[in-house]
Design a protein around this ligand. Sequence first.
Ligand code: SAM
Length: 279
Amino acid sequence: MNNNQFDAFFKPYSKNVDNANKHGFWKLSDALITQIINDNIPTNISKNSIILDAGGGTGRWVCNLSSIYKSDFIIYDKSKDMINQAVKNINNSGIVNRVKVIHGDLKNMMELKDESIDYIISIYSPISFIYKKEKAFTELFRILKKGGKIIIMGHGFYNALGSKINNYCAGNEELKKLDNKKIVKWGEHVPELNVFAKETMEDDLKNAHFLINRTYGVPVFAQPGPEDFDKENSKKSRISSALEKNSFFKKVFELEMKYNSKPEIANRGMNIFTVATKI
Ligand SMILES: C[S@@+](CC[C@H](N)C(=O)[O-])C[C@H]1O[C@@H](n2cnc3c(N)ncnc32)[C@H](O)[C@@H]1O
């Protein structure tokens, strides 16, 4: 994917992503991610800590997390359109003094010093968009302080295989490429994306010298309907409608959290979300 394709994909995306979680499936997914972050980054970290959102996009996670964590934040992202939206969202949330926004590539984070960051989060799979991903893992390790944690998400490999077989009846060549190269293409205008099994995400982190704490699948049981990928967020899937019922939402959330980090279940995840430490 060249820079023009990258910009063409994220320009419209930056306009819609902040409304995505108005539907049940994405609300559930966001609630699970928030819970996993809270379970792994103590909510009482000091005001002087820095949480970096790697591929932080429009800053929606930083805006939400700023009411839970007293720390400062950095949003680091390669898309100008996403960054422009982040600046607006941060202004609207009244957190300008606590957030630095950096336009740059995770493969070369030259603006950031070695061991300068306390925690890194990376949500909805920026690493899936990076073809020389080992460079990004090395950079994320470099900037993290000793004892610091990273929580990083990539698209799930086994879920991609299941979806390509069941929802797309994909051809043999496509399935072979996905299986051998761990690369998926969801649509004509969607860039090719790296997919991860629990084991490959953990290996990538270990190769960059991180110590693995735990891997979650997000979500492991709830499956989106095709309507959940509607660009304008105007269509609603059966699962998203059902999740509007509070008791169903609560039960599904509870079951997801009960099983999502079990080693034999995590690979069901639409996304693979791994927590690791720099020791
Ligand atoms: C699917 S979006 C997720 C955005 C945000 N984390 C969220 O959850 O809303 C992926 C993000 O990764 C960013 N990204 C992709 N490749 C990148 C790279 N090499 N360096 C920095 N950011 C990158 C994109 O610009 C985009 O904002």
